[in-house]
Write a protein that binds this ligand. Structure first.
Ligand code: FES
Length: 138
């Protein structure tokens, strides 16, 4: 199940122009096939949702929770995606110390026409954990 937190401008096809994906399953503790308590990913998601209330891009860059982005051994994991831009997947994000850096990096991503995020310009928390940089379709 996925939930879009913010309402955002959409393309004529109804697709959000920018999306911040957040894995809510990362850093879970499991017992007998059931998750115990709140996962690290859920904590990070809630922190991002809280911070995003005062983010100037909250309406342009919705946060969408996802079950998994297949980088489970590199939790916590987020991704930036937008039409006509590179897609980035970041991992190794600390549960309690990454939310502001993620939004800062998302703002940088938003400002670039191609979405390029050079290492030297990224916030410290997103310098090491890059897992994928995928070309745009256009
Ligand atoms: S559990 Fe988060 S990427 Fe798989």
């Amino acid at each position: 199940m996925t939930t879009t937190v913010n309402i955002s401008p959409t393309s004529p096809l109804g697709v959000a122009e920018h999306t911040l994906f957040v894995c809510k399953t990362c850093a879970s503790t499991w017992q007998d096939g059931k998750r115990l308590g709140e996962s690290g990913g859920q904590k990070l998601l809630h922190q991002l949702q809280q911070l995003a209330q005062d983010w100037d891009l909250r309406d342009q860059f919705p946060i969408q929770e996802v079950e998994c982005m297949s980088a489970c051994n590199r939790s916590c994991v987020v991704a930036f995606s937008a039409k006509g831009k590179l897609t980035y997947l970041f991992g190794d994000l600390a549960v309690d110390d990454s939310a502001s850096a993620v939004l800062e990096c998302a703002s940088q991503y938003y400002a670039k026409a191609d979405g390029l995020l050079p290492w030297s310009e990224r916030p410290e928390a997103l310098k090491k954990g890059i897992l994928a940089k995928i070309p745009s379709l256009s």
